[in-house]
Write a protein that binds this ligand. Structure first.
Ligand code: ADP
Length: 246
């Protein structure tokens, strides 16, 4: 691919957006953004802006899709036409269909699906603005929307990529780093259980680099996990205040 920047990391080891190699992008999370969904959350991670909504557990239509022993998770990841610089077609692309599948598989191990046989849990992820790593931010925010819907879970799922850019291992790649870097490794983790629910890799890493990149991504997931918990607590602290005022 043609490089738009000669160097993505300067001689002071600073990245184009001013971060050090092991630094996450600034993250802002809100839980309970939408009043009409059963659960919802919103995340800004750098320039990514993503909204997630959850409906369910609810009766599944058509009924023949229902599973006798557990809930069916249905996930739709969608990028808005205005989420990238060149208008994106609103029709689902192959990429969005694939990302919807991997996000569903990353979230499913966290949910006690066996509590709700014959039902569906619908998860909608709307990317309003994209700047690299949207599948990871999408998993992080959707996991919070599931928790906000009151669905019992083993742990929150936290997701973050690490990779290699200009020969250096870096955390939480943005769009340019994702496209022009050497490797990208998106990871989703249930940090309390140390259980990985998604791992993908694009590009080339030696075995040694792979191990270091994996550990870097795990550390990123743990930091995001703490922010997720804070965002959940902030919502329920606000609810408690309103109840106490009444
Ligand atoms: P992820 O967002 O999980 O990193 P990709 O690696 O497929 O997924 O995409 C990297 C980035 O490329 C996206 O976050 C987005 O910024 C950009 N991108 C994806 N699809 C398009 C598109 N159709 N047009 C322009 N940019 C896109």
């Amino acid at each position: 691919m043609r490089k738009t920047h000669e160097k993505l990391i300067n001689e002071n080891s600073t990245r184009l957006d001013g971060r050090k190699s092991n630094q996450l992008r600034p993250i802002k999370i809100e839980v309970g953004t939408l009043s009409n969904a059963d659960g919802s959350a919103y995340i800004e991670q750098g320039k990514n802006k993503i909204l997630a909504a959850v409906y369910g557990p609810k009766e599944l239509h058509p009924k023949h899709r229902a599973l006798p022993d557990r809930a069916l998770l249905i996930c739709r990841y969608h990028m808005a036409p205005f989420s990238v610089q060149e208008r994106k077609s609103p029709a689902p692309s192959r990429r969005e269909i694939e990302i919807s599948k991997v996000i569903r598989e990353a979230l499913e191990p966290s949910v006690f699906v066996e509590y709700y046989p014959r039902t569906s849990i619908d998860i909608f992820i709307e990317v309003l603005q994209a700047d690299g790593g949207t599948r990871c931010s999408g998993i992080t925010v959707a996991s919070l929307a599931l928790a906000d819907a009151g669905i019992p879970m083993h742990d929150l799922v936290s997701a973050c990529a690490a990779g290699k850019v200009d020969g250096q291992l870096v955390l939480d790649l943005n769009d340019i780093e994702d496209k022009e870097g050497e490797a990208d490794l998106p990871l989703a983790l249930m940090p309390n259980l140390n259980a990985i629910t998604l791992i993908q890799m694009d590009g080339d890493l030696s075995i040694n680099e792979f191990e270091q990149t994996l550990n870097l991504a795990k550390e990123g997931c743990k930091q995001i996990h703490a922010l997720q918990k804070d965002a959940l607590k902030a919502k329920y602290a606000a609810v408690k205040e309103v109840v106490e005022e009444k």
